[in-house]
Design a protein around this ligand. Sequence first.
Ligand code: PLP
Length: 376
Amino acid sequence: MIYLDNAASAPINPKALEAALPFLTANFANPSSPHGAGQSAALAIIEAREKCAAALGAAPDEIIFTSGGTESDNLAIFSALNRGGRRRMITTRIEHHAVLNAFREAERRGFEAVYLEPNADGLINAEQVAEAIDDCTALVSVMAANNEIGTIQPVGEIAEICKERGVLFHVDAVQAVGSLPIDMRILNADYLSVSAHKIGGIKGGGLLFARKGAPLSPMIFGGGQERGIRSGTENVAAITALGAAIEDITHDIEKRAVKIAELRDMLISRLSEIPHSRLNGSQTARLCGNVNFSFENIDGEALVQSLDLFGVCASAASACSSGKQTASHVLRAIGTPEKYALGSLRLTLSESNTRSEILKAAELVKDCVERLRNAL
Ligand code: PLP
């Protein structure tokens, strides 16, 4: 198998598995229990929190463990909106549905939403945010990097504008962690979402960074775990795995990113040789592991299925709803023509991919595109 779907879920890091295993086997105790076994689970959570905080340049009490990116996004958004008073919120057209659908829900509850339009590369600029903010604005939410087209947003600049204007700022960093350096001592955001399974942790794990003093209001009520912000018995295995995974992936990040970017650029250059193809997203402000191409008059889902038959795991950025193919909201927002938007392919790389895998995958994409076109 050639696995090129790392943005959907990455392989489990062996160190993360090692950290999690004791809490799936011998030590199954509840971390709230006062006995030794419970307290050893509680200690493992403390250590994982310290690792997560260190990896993000945060303080341990700024880390709230959640069930993943979706919950972290929702917790940040509704915490900011529940502060009260201001009723306006700003995001972009190309956020993940974890943000977009939380915004839709907030609109149903009477909040007013502004959706910023990206340019053709999928970039939002800080001036757009500055112009959209008014005295009623409670929150701005902009992702650090896009999950489909890999575009990297200027969240540092946006954070400064939000701070100056007294507006809370949330960053969905689910796709950025491990690819871009993130230091909350430098990035002036109030909230930052992380998902474990994108960085070598376990599905169902994640965290929200919430800066000291940022409003927090729970969505789940119960036993008061996570300082009352996120009740429910802690997922000790997922938390310890996340601590190990984030520590490992943020170490030597630049070196790893350079290596992955070399493979990405090789893949982009090979796929560009396919007639009637185009790269979606920015050439330069792009995640090291993201390749997103469109092929004219090809069905992206059919292409993904053909590649699967040859052992290549990829994804199409188009969604099939009620039997009808629709272009992804991201490709539509950046103005990709329909005949290209329906034929998109996302290949996302990790450091475990090799040069020969990438060359083989490029050849297979070329062959599959040609076959599908000949079958028309
Ligand atoms: N935000 C972004 C940018 C993502 O790519 C994803 C997952 O694909 C999520 C949020 C949701 O994360 P999770 O799967 O952990 O709920």
